[in-house]
Design a protein around this ligand. Structure first.
Ligand SMILES: [Zn+2]
Length: 364
């Protein structure tokens, strides 16, 4: 029915990541007696995999879903619900229409009505949104010339941290509605496509699609697949496939960050630092990369403090606070960094300066 050469592909990219936790090692004199041991224990704790690889295929629902066709599933974790959505203001210029935003909002409402337990709230702060959406009329922003939309998913150890949807215009409203539904499906954690063209999550959509936008709806299989992903018993699987990651600048930065995490895991902190710094320079907007770099700075600060190299420790702590303070979602880590720096200031006889950092560490 659909001629493949004229279809538009709908793509998704997973930006896998390995977020490190900031561990501000205690700066007590007692701990300084055995720095190596403490450091090793902390490192081991951090290098445990964030989640275990497990199949979430449920035999009861399998016939009604296309879980087995997917590369994997992830989800927005419970503590990030309701899902905050940010929609960029519609640019003025060729091809942009206000009705596209209406279609997009209708698509979100359709998901909310179809899936009990999942709800969306709109925010005007892109940084705090779990899903961000924007329209572009620049085909070059798609990873392939034939794409109608693209979703980039940034993960941390809890699951999806942020999904970024970009939709190419101009198209008919019904087409925009279908692309919106499809990309939201990816944004919610469907990693891959349905093999059935009756499902919204089929890999392509014809640019000739011409129906009432209200008729463009999720199929029962789309809905059941998402229900299975978000069901209490389902354990999101690890994304094994990161195909296409290298095609975007954000993806390339994440690849470098992941190389840094691998070096960190192997105990090569110098290489890890180099990689994280390179990744952060390439994409300072990615909170996971900032957390990785800031966390490593703080850990290196603690290690130097235990080795009684206070000057070096101070530089690392300051760098850590600087990087961690840039993203609101890294606030808890920034607090730990402030507490560690406050202890250092106290130990080096700067009580007045220490006070404000210790208070910041307590969230004041
Ligand atoms: Zn797709």
């Amino acid at each position: 029915m659909l001629r493949p050469d004229r279809n538009f592909w709908l793509s998704w990219v997973f930006l896998a990541s390995m977020a490190l936790n900031v561990t501000a090692l205690a700066a007590n004199p007692e701990d300084q007696a055995k720095p190596d041991q403490v450091g090793k224990e902390e490192r081991q704790k951090q290098s445990e995999p964030a989640s275990k690889t497990e199949s979430n295929t449920d035999s009861k629902t399998e016939s009604k879903t296309y879980l087995s066709s997917l590369s994997g599933t992830v989800r927005i974790p419970a503590h990030r619900l309701p899902i905050k959505v940010y929609i960029s203001p519609m640019p003025s210029g060729a091809g942009f229409k206000d009705s596209y935003q209406v279609m997009l909002k209708e698509a979100f409402s359709h998901f909310q009505d179809s899936l009990s337990g999942l709800s969306f709230v709109y925010t005007d702060k892109a940084q705090e949104a779990a899903i961000t959406c924007r329209f572009t009329n620049n085909e070059k922003e798609m990873h392939f010339a034939q794409e109608g939309g693209v979703t980039e998913i940034v993960m941390d150890s809890d699951g999806i941290m942020q999904s970024k949807i970009t939709i190419l215009v101009p198209r008919r409203d019904c087409y925009i509605k279908k692309v919106a539904l499809h990309e939201i499906g990816h944004a919610l954690g469907i990693a891959g496509h349905s093999p059935d063209q009756n499902d919204v999550m089929y890999f392509s959509v014809s640019p000739d699609l011409d129906v009432d936008p209200k008729e463009v709806k999720l199929s029962a299989r789309d809905i059941d697949t998402l229900k299975a992903i978000y069901s209490q018993s389902a354990k999101p699987s690890q994304i094994v496939k990161v195909e296409g990651m290298e095609r975007s600048a954000a993806g390339r930065a994440m690849i470098i960050s992941n190389e840094g995490s691998a070096a960190y895991k192997a105990g090569n902190f110098d290489l890890a630092l180099k990689k994280y710094q390179e990744a952060y320079q390439a994409d300072p907007t990615n909170a996971v990369i900032a957390r990785n770099l800031g966390g490593l700075y703080v850990n290196l600060g603690s290690i130097n403090l235990m080795a009684r190299n206070a000057a070096m420790a101070e530089t690392f702590f300051k760098n850590g606070i600087d990087v961690l303070s840039k993203h609101p979602e890294n606030k808890p880590f920034c607090r730990q960094a402030c507490a560690a720096y406050g202890s250092l200031l106290m130990m080096t006889g700067r009580a007045a300066e220490a006070k404000s950092y210790i208070e910041k560490g307590q969230g004041k």
